[in-house]
Write a protein that binds this ligand. Structure first.
Ligand SMILES: [Ca+2]
Ligand SMILES: [Ca+2]
Ligand SMILES: [Ca+2]
Length: 670
């Protein structure tokens, strides 16, 4: 017999994309399908696709479901029900339907028959398992009901239902199983001839599952609980999940405790403290938050391991309340003066702020009037110290310009030095080629026109001013990134939008005989940032892709959950080639940093199509494996990351484009 897991959910997802009536949503960093009620048959497939060798449903099996149930407001009047379907949010339309008492997670139904051969139905606080017994004339429906199953707390849950004869056992989130023995056994031979599976429905519009479904697997044979419940993160308790729902797994800091060998008939329970009575005697409980393993002695939990101090790799260090939402941050150090951070803030007044690192934290130092500032760039020319701001908006007199400030040693402040006319400027880049200083601005758009020139200015030592040296056509550009390889100088632009599409080429230019010339074009998706970095003698270039939109093609299931890519310079081919794709959520920035011998990349994930509260992720360089997710950081509308070091250690600073709060995180090293 074939004891492979049969992935029911994946069967409904064609290789070419999503079935009609399915959408991908991500909540709490985990993705699932939302199903539409309008075409229940579209969410079905013949059972013969799963049961290849025999038209029979297994006699013993487990069903594994990972889902998130839509919570129902405690009190909704009848009048309120009618209105709440009209809201603008995609979830609002669901609330009326969510009030239905019964929702099918899946059914298996014979053709032209309304009876359910096998089915799973959720009602608030109850889970019903349905099956059909054919032994007697006409057959009859049996319903096994598990009570006090509360799933509507806006969390993901994984259910394992194990069926064998008269015994039915349900485990929710790997807690202690609820066992039931019923009179009617599950049939030893249930024919599935001309039957079909239906996802989230019973071939009708009524009773469609309104929550999110992530995993639905049938495992013939044994009780899957021991196989499932070894995962430390319950959200990740899975056997099989459709490719489109897979994302970077949350990597536990250490799972050595769970490798602790345990007998097949002892059970390890995760989650909050379960009861410990005679029934639970000799069972283990793993306290995931404290990393403790406990044994129930019949009345109390006895600690089996020393509870280890939790080692936080990254810890919150300072909440930096900013003038307003912050687009970019720049950390720099002025010799003999100190370490500073400049935030590019949204509103005027008071404009943007400069903070000075004092007694181990950033404290306000200077405010500078800016106009929807997007970013700051610190640079020096000889002994002169400059800080340039990219202003996105006009000032109150309708003039539009960005400003270069110069550090005044006498005043110990930045003072206005040169105004440069710009068009919705996003970013400045400063660099030196053959001893000459340059400053490049990205102009994002002029009115509604995104296809405009960005400008490279050259420092004129005689006048002490920046003068136009070259213009380069860009499309809704967001970022310039300068880098050198050997004797060659490069400048990469991140193009975001050309007026109709975000799937456009971003370009890398090379400096040849006095100007930048096109070197390579790379297809990007609303590119917001280029980050160049070196590991050993290898050169990499990472793009942050923010948005996949094209007016000419069908909308994807999610505009924001898309790959951002890392390219590596291939010396022989003299071009950058794709090295690795990483799934990001409207990525706006990459920041490379190293600690000791280790190299890291942190991404600014800003939006998943659903919420701005998205985890940003630190990836660790693991050589052959490339970058591997090492730490998940909760962020809100994350816009920019900066890494910096002081004598006390290494830190990350992140800015939020959605709230006036930036955060300093400390990298804890062992
Ligand atoms: Ca830049
Ligand atoms: Ca960057
Ligand atoms: Ca950055």
């Amino acid at each position: 017999t074939d004891l492979r897991p049969l992935d029911i959910l994946s069967e409904v997802v064609p290789a070419s994309g999503l079935a009609r009536g399915m959408r991908v949503f991500q909540v709490q960093g985990v993705r699932g399908f939302q199903l539409a009620a309008s075409r229940p048959r579209a969410l079905g497939f013949p059972a013969s696709r799963l049961f290849i060798h025999c038209d029979c449903f297994p006699e013993e099996f487990s069903i594994i479901v990972t889902l998130r149930v839509l919570s129902v407001p405690a009190k909704v009047s009848t009048a309120g029900r009618a209105r709440c379907g009209q809201g603008p949010s995609p979830m609002a339309g669901l609330s009326a339907r969510a009030l239905q008492r019964n929702e099918y997670i899946f059914t298996l139904m014979a053709e032209e028959s309304p009876s359910v051969l096998v089915g799973l139905r959720y009602a608030p606080d109850k889970l019903h398992f349905l099956f059909w017994s054919q032994e007697q004339a006409g057959g009859w429906q049996t319903r096994v009901t598990f009570h006090n199953i509360s799933l509507s707390n806006n969390q993901w849950h994984t259910l394992v239902l194990a069926v064998s004869g008269q015994s039915f056992s349900l485990t929710v989130d790997c807690s202690i199983p609820k066992d039931m023995v019923v009179e009617t056994p599950f049939p030893a031979s249930l024919s599935v001839k001309r039957a079909s599976f239906y996802l989230g429905n019973r071939r009708r519009r009524k009773g469609v599952f309104t929550g999110l479904l992530r995993q639905l697997v049938l495992l013939p044979g044994a009780d899957a609980t021991p196989r499932i419940c070894t995962a430390m993160n319950l959200k990740e308790a899975m056997l099989s999940v459709p490719t489109v729902l897979q994302d970077v797994p949350t990597k536990p800091a250490s799972n050595e405790v769970l490798k602790y060998p345990y007998e097949t008939d002892t059970k390890v329970t995760l989650g909050s403290p379960p009861p410990c009575t005679k029934q639970e005697k000799a069972q283990f409980w793993f306290d995931a938050s404290q990393r403790g393993l406990y044994l129930c002695n019949g009345s109390a939990w006895i600690s089996m391991l020393e509870v280890k101090q939790r080692l936080d790799y990254v810890e919150e260090y300072q909440n930096l309340v900013t003038n307003s939402e912050t687009m970019g941050v720049e950390v720099f150090s002025i010799p003999k003066v100190g370490l500073f951070a400049a935030t590019a803030n949204r509103y005027t007044p008071p404009g943007s702020a400069i903070y000075k690192w004092t007694d181990g934290k950033f404290v306000p130092y200077q405010n500078i009037p800016t106009y929807q500032a997007q970013s700051w760039k610190y640079f020096t020319i000889g002994k002169k110290i400059f800080l340039a701001v990219a202003n996105f908006e006009q000032n109150d007199r309708g003039q539009e310009f960005s400003v270069v400030y110069k550090w005044s040693r006498r005043k110990e402040k930045f003072v206005m030095y040169q105004r440069i006319p710009t068009h919705s400027a996003r970013d400045w880049e400063a660099f030196v080629i053959e001893g000459e200083a340059f400053l490049a601005v990205v102009n994002h758009r002029e009115g509604n026109n995104h296809n405009i020139d960005s400008v490279i200015y050259r420092w004129n030592p005689r006048t002490g001013l920046f003068e136009t040296n070259q213009t380069i056509p860009t499309s809704g550009a967001y970022d310039w990134e300068f880098f050198t390889i050997g004797p060659y100088s490069f400048l990469a632009v991140a193009n975001t939008f050309n007026g109709t599409s975000t799937k456009i080429y971003s370009h890398i230019y090379i400096w040849l005989s006095g100007s930048f010339q096109l070197f390579q074009s790379i297809l990007t998706f609303g590119a917001a940032d280029w980050e160049v970095f070196h590991i050993g003698d290898r050169v990499f270039l990472a793009v942050a892709n923010s948005h996949s939109y094209d007016s000419g093609t069908a909308a994807p299931s999610n505009f924001y959950a898309i790959n951002s890519s890392i390219y590596e310079l291939n010396i022989t081919a003299q071009m950058f080639v794709k090295f690795q794709d990483l799934l990001t959520y409207s990525a706006l920035d990459w920041e490379f940093f190293s600690v000791g011998d280790d190299s890291f990349l942190v991404v600014a994930n800003s939006f998943d199509g659903f919420t701005f509260s998205v985890n940003s992720i630190i990836y660790r360089w693991q050589g052959y494996e490339g970058f591997v997710a090492a730490h998940h950081l909760p962020t809100v509308g994350c816009r920019d990351w900066e890494a910096f070091h002081t004598a006390e250690g290494s830190y990350l600073l992140y800015s939020s484009a959605k709230e006036p709060l930036s955060k300093v995180l400390k990298l804890k090293t062992t």
